[in-house]
Design a protein around this ligand. Structure first.
Ligand code: SF4
Ligand code: SF4
Length: 245
């Protein structure tokens, strides 16, 4: 131990300044003198922070009874998006799975076939799983996705009683079906290519798609939203301009 350290140690144990300190003229504070008022108020002073906080606005969050909204770009549960006609955006390319640093994604692609078209183009994601026991919500998979099929929602309540339950399947990750969409499988909008879909040129369900679903999946509940749509209905702006002419 150094001389200074030794001197401090002596003072701590004995309450007296070491000889060396006095000899060198160092001022050593003595014990505090009793002060009646100060000693009387000491317990109240200890509650100063408590009393001060009692009159400040409450910052405690009453979760889970009241949920505080997240920041808009919060990285929450993933979502597999759909095109406006209901076809899936995922093409089963597996880029998201390869880029994932936690090996949390499993994708198995398959070919779209006539009568079983799930996405525009040749391939779709037949199996899609995300393991939320592994995911670190880094969003690298979102960056890698070439079709913007994969995005993240603000949902953060990802807990469960079983490990298996935290491996989300494709049906849990697919975006909710809007009233204006027909769920896959069904053919692409007639006359379009996958590029038209990626360029945002397909904006709604075509009557031919409705007819196809009526014939092949008559039990499809979403058909309720297309009761008045028939393949004979006018579908393009060209038809409108003919009427005007
Ligand atoms: S957010 Fe990150 S860790 Fe989670 S699945 Fe995507 S790439 Fe993997
Ligand atoms: S989510 Fe995107 S990156 Fe992942 S398989 Fe589908 S298209 Fe490919």
């Amino acid at each position: 131990m150094t001389d200074a350290g030794s001197a401090r140690e002596t003072e701590r144990h004995t309450g007296a300044a070491p000889m060396g300190a006095r000899a060198s003229g160092t001022e050593v504070p003595g014990p505090k003198k009793p002060n009646f008022v100060r000693d009387l108020l000491a317990p109240a002073a200890g509650f100063g922070v408590t009393f001060g906080s009692m009159f400040r606005p409450t910052v405690t969050e009453q979760y889970p009874f009241e949920k505080v909204p997240t920041q808009p770009r919060y990285h929450g549960r993933h979502q597999l998006n759909r095109h406006p006609d209901g076809l899936e955006k995922c093409i089963g390319c597996e880029l998201c799975a390869w880029v994932c640093p936690a090996d949390a994604i499993f994708v198995e692609g398959a070919d779209n076939e006539e009568g079983a078209q799930f996405s525009p183009g040749e391939r779709y994601g037949r199996v899609y799983q995300i393991n939320y026991l592994r995911c670190i919500f880094c969003a690298l998979c979102i960056e890698a996705c070439p079709t913007r099929a994969l995005t993240m929602t603000n949902e953060y309540e990802l807990a469960g009683p079983t490990r298996a339950g935290l491996i989300y399947e494709k049906d849990q990750l697919l975006a909710p079906l809007e009233d204006s969409m027909l769920p896959a499988p069904h053919p692409m909008v007639p006359g379009t290519t996958d590029h038209d879909y990626y360029n945002g040129e397909v904006t709604s369900v075509a009557p031919e798609q409705v007819e196809w679903v009526r014939e092949n999946r008559p039990e499809e509940p979403a058909l309720e939203n297309f009761k008045d749509v028939t393949a004979a209905a006018p579908q393009t702006g060209a038809a409108d301009s003919e009427e005007q002419a």
